[in-house]
Design a protein around this ligand. Structure first.
Ligand SMILES: *[C@@H]1O[C@H](CO)[C@@H](O)[C@H](O)[C@H]1NC(C)=O
Ligand SMILES: *[C@@H]1O[C@H](CO)[C@@H](O)[C@H](O)[C@H]1NC(C)=O
Length: 141
């Protein structure tokens, strides 16, 4: 019961840290851009493309995607200089712990021969998919 009350107080601590601990405001930008252009836009006007670090943040992204459809760039990038294929990272510098990849995506067994890949959220499944970065999509910041 000591550990229960400890975890309960940690839980209320993390709740009270919100919204600073959990990023709960995401915005969909309806301007089709390549991933690189979308990131440049976000860095100039705001902070960066969206980083989604946990289920709460993914839920906030789902809410932002309510009523829209398609694929939306987020701040997920595959390291073009990495020799190990499939090394993904958040451009914000956050470590990828929480993941929400669609089956077959983000696994490291994708075909990288055809250009650099970046991550997007699919509005239907709300899962992450890997796409060539030169495709033009709307995006989330
Ligand atoms: C990634 O997910 C999409 C959507 O579910 C799917 O169509 C695609 O085949 C997947 N990619 C791979 C390499 O499996
Ligand atoms: C994206 O780049 C790939 C590889 O360089 C190329 O084959 C493809 O045609 C490009 N697609 C677009 C939409 O420009």
């Amino acid at each position: 019961s000591l550990s229960l009350s400890l975890s309960l107080s940690l839980f209320s601590l993390s709740l009270s840290l919100s919204p600073h601990g959990v990023h709960d405001h995401f915005h969909v930008v309806n301007e089709r851009k390549t991933w690189t252009e979308a990131q440049k836009y976000c860095r100039e006007k705001y902070t960066d493309l969206a980083t989604i670090e946990n289920q709460e943040e993914m839920d906030a992204v789902k809410a932002a995607l309510n009523g829209v459809s398609g694929y939306f760039w987020i701040g997920l990038r595959q390291d073009p200089k990495q020799t190990i294929r499939g090394f993904w990272f958040w451009v914000s510098g956050s470590t990828i712990c929480y993941q929400n990849w669609a089956p077959g995506n983000g696994t490291g067994v994708e075909d990288c021969s055809n250009g650099e890949r970046s991550g997007a959220v699919q509005s239907g499944s709300k899962q992450w998919i890997s796409l060539l970065e030169n495709q033009t999509l709307n995006f989330i910041l």
